[in-house]
Design a protein around this ligand. Structure first.
Ligand code: MF3
Ligand code: CO
Ligand code: CO
Length: 307
């Protein structure tokens, strides 16, 4: 369900009286998005680069079992995504615009002979997702400078030598209140707990049980509408990885690569998508945090590829 700027500002006005339950932070409104950047000719492009539509006929129907060569390709793209995310962490500070994060990620991808996967994926206009405070995910980088007390998720995906690697972290900007710090800590703990149960023979759905239980132990809710996914020469494919209790069939096998990317909220799980068709915000303006890794199932356990 979409909503206009008018209804959002109206809602924010209402909320100002109640938001103290969730701590001290500023509610984010979408800003101005700069023109699209041009990817040089020599960069290898994914199939949606020109059309904006990923080629669905090209997807595996079942979770794919990758051979050792394919796994090496995944390792390289995931390492690159993680290294760019780590460099982003070092430049995060009060006053930095999310558009500047986008330029930084774009340039880092090009310098490393890779394509920033979000760019024109289902018409997403930028190279990275930047989701601040009440933006749950898919925030579009714009001219809003980071403010003291913000929490920001930066989600970096690269397409390198034919493989996507996908990871995200939530960073603290300046002095974040205790409620915000706890939300971020709990979300990272959920991802780590979930990764720890992964090995051949475990149901994909066990990830959701683990994350929901861990989140509840910390006193937070999981946002169910966003799921992890299989990944490879495609950005999103089977299996679906639910982050709450679910009935999804299928077990992990060696050679599978997928993401786990829980979003936790301080408030209610309800989200809405803004008129830009991407930005997902919480209806109650509560803050959310998200962490994501791409993992590979091995003979005995699991490898985190995006380290
Ligand atoms: N990186 C996101 C994920 O974890 C997907 C973003 S889609 C985009 O799955 F188009 F916004 F990039
Ligand atoms: Co991602
Ligand atoms: Co992902």
């Amino acid at each position: 369900m979409n909503c206009s700027r008018y209804t959002i500002s109206h809602r924010n006005f209402f909320w100002k009286r109640k938001k103290s339950n969730f701590g001290r932070y500023n509610i984010v409104m979408p800003g101005t998005v700069s023109p699209r950047l041009t990817v040089p000719d020599h960069i290898k492009k994914p199939n949606y680069f020109a059309s904006g539509i990923p080629d669905k006929t090209n997807l595996p129907l079942e979770p794919e079992l990758k051979n050792s060569l394919q796994l090496l390709g995944m390792r390289d793209s995931c390492k690159l995504a993680a290294s760019i995310l780590n460099k982003v962490e070092k430049i995060i500070k009060v006053g930095l615009k999310t558009d500047e994060i986008d330029q930084f990620v774009f340039n880092s991808c090009i310098e490393n002979d890779s394509y920033p996967s979000p760019l024109n994926y289902n018409h997403f206009p930028k190279s990275v997702c930047t989701s601040v405070n009440n933006v749950a995910c898919h925030g579009i980088p714009d001219d809003r400078p980071l403010e003291d007390g913000d929490i920001i998720n930066v989600d970096v995906t690269v397409f390198y030598k034919g493989y996507h690697g996908d990871c995200s972290k939530t960073f603290l900007v300046g002095n974040v209140d205790n409620e915000g710090q706890q939300l971020v800590e709990a979300t990272e703990a959920c991802l780590n707990e979930a990764i720890n149960i992964c090995k051949p023979g475990v149901y994909f759905r066990d990830i959701g049980f683990c994350i929901e239980e861990t989140a509840q132990n910390f006193g937070f809710q999981v946002i169910p509408s966003f799921i992890g996914h299989g990944i490879g020469y495609y950005f999103h494919g089977p299996p679906d990885i639910y982050h709450i209790r679910n009935n999804y069939p299928g077990k992990m096998e060696p050679g599978m690569t997928f993401t786990i990317e829980p979003i936790l909220t301080q408030g209610d799980e309800l989200i809405e998508i803004l008129d830009d068709n991407w930005t997902a915000v919480t209806v109650d303006n509560a803050r959310t945090a998200q962490f994501e890794h791409t993992v590979a199932i091995t003979e005995n356990g699991v490898d985190i590829l995006t380290l």
